[in-house]
Each structure stands twice: as structure tokens, then as C-alpha cells.
Design a protein. Structure first.
Length: 156
């Protein structure tokens, strides 16, 4: 099992052991751990680029694959700590992972975390959109890296 899968399973186990109210408290801890957005992305954020439009909360995501490792940068409106927490979980689990690790992560992650009963359906749709966006961008970035690798081999 990969280190990303181990991290994600560990996070899922943490949530599984808790009552719904305690899960929300743990989610808030992950919100506090979300790193600030690097300055190099702030101009794009100010132009409303990279926003996850399916989420009612202002969420901005940047996903990169550098040296075959995923990097996720995000900014979430401070008045939405549960959304910040979920993004914090994704950053914790997937930063430094291989693209394949992100792409094979369970699609039902929100259910596995036990958050469905604690959060409303509108919020759940937004959180699922964030997760889907990350997976889609990882797939696109990995494909671009792969294509560049094939092109460079053809040129030699």
C-alpha cells in the first residue's frame, strides 16, 4: 500500500472512531492545518481563476504534478471552516503522492469519513466537487507530463 493510501486510511480511521460532533471538531483541526496560499498564486485568485464554481464557498485550487509528485495549493474562505477542513484533509493525504495514488483514492471518501450525516447535502455536493476537481486536474497534469516525456523521446 502506498504512503498516500496509508495516510488516507489513517485519516479515515481517525474519523470512524468518533461521534458525529467529534468528527466536526477533527475537521476543524484539519482546517487550522491548511497552509496559506503561496504568493505566486494570489494574482490568479484575485482574478477569480481556479475557483471551484460548484461549491457555494469561495474555494480556489491549484494542482500540479512536479517530479511525478502531486502538489495541491488551496485557499478557502475563512467563514467556511468545514470546507477548509476537508481541503486540509485532501492536502494532507495527497501532497507528495503519485498521481496514481490520487486517482485510485476511494470516490466515496466523504461517506468513509462519516461526514454525510454531519453536513448538509448542498455542502456535500460542494465537497464532492472539490475532490472531483482535484482528481480531474491530477489526471490532466499527469497526462501532460506523460505526453511531454513521449515527445522528448521522439525528439532523440
Amino acid at each position: 500500500m502506498s504512503s498516500a493510501a496509508n495516510k488516507l486510511n489513517s485519516i479515515i480511521e481517525q474519523f470512524a472512531e468518533l461521534e458525529p460532533r467529534e468528527r466536526l471538531e477533527l475537521l476543524l483541526e484539519y482546517a487550522e492545518g491548511l497552509p496559506p496560499l503561496p504568493p505566486r498564486f494570489q494574482a490568479e485568485r484575485d482574478r477569480a481563476e481556479h475557483r471551484v464554481h460548484e461549491c457555494q464557498t469561495a474555494v480556489f485550487l491549484w494542482v500540479e504534478v512536479v517530479d511525478s509528485r502531486v502538489q495541491i495549493y488551496a485557499e478557502v474562505a475563512p467563514e467556511a471552516p468545514t470546507v477548509q477542513g476537508f481541503v486540509g484533509i485532501l492536502v494532507e493525504a495527497f501532497c507528495g503522492a503519485s498521481p496514481d495514488d490520487v486517482l485510485v483514492a476511494p470516490a466515496d471518501l466523504l461517506q468513509r469519513l462519516g461526514l454525510v450525516e454531519s453536513l448538509g447535502m448542498v455542502r456535500m455536493r460542494g465537497l464532492q466537487a472539490i475532490f472531483t476537481r482535484i482528481r480531474r486536474e491530477v489526471a490532466a497534469a499527469a497526462a501532460a507530463v506523460s505526453e511531454a516525456h513521449v515527445d522528448s523521446k521522439r525528439d532523440t
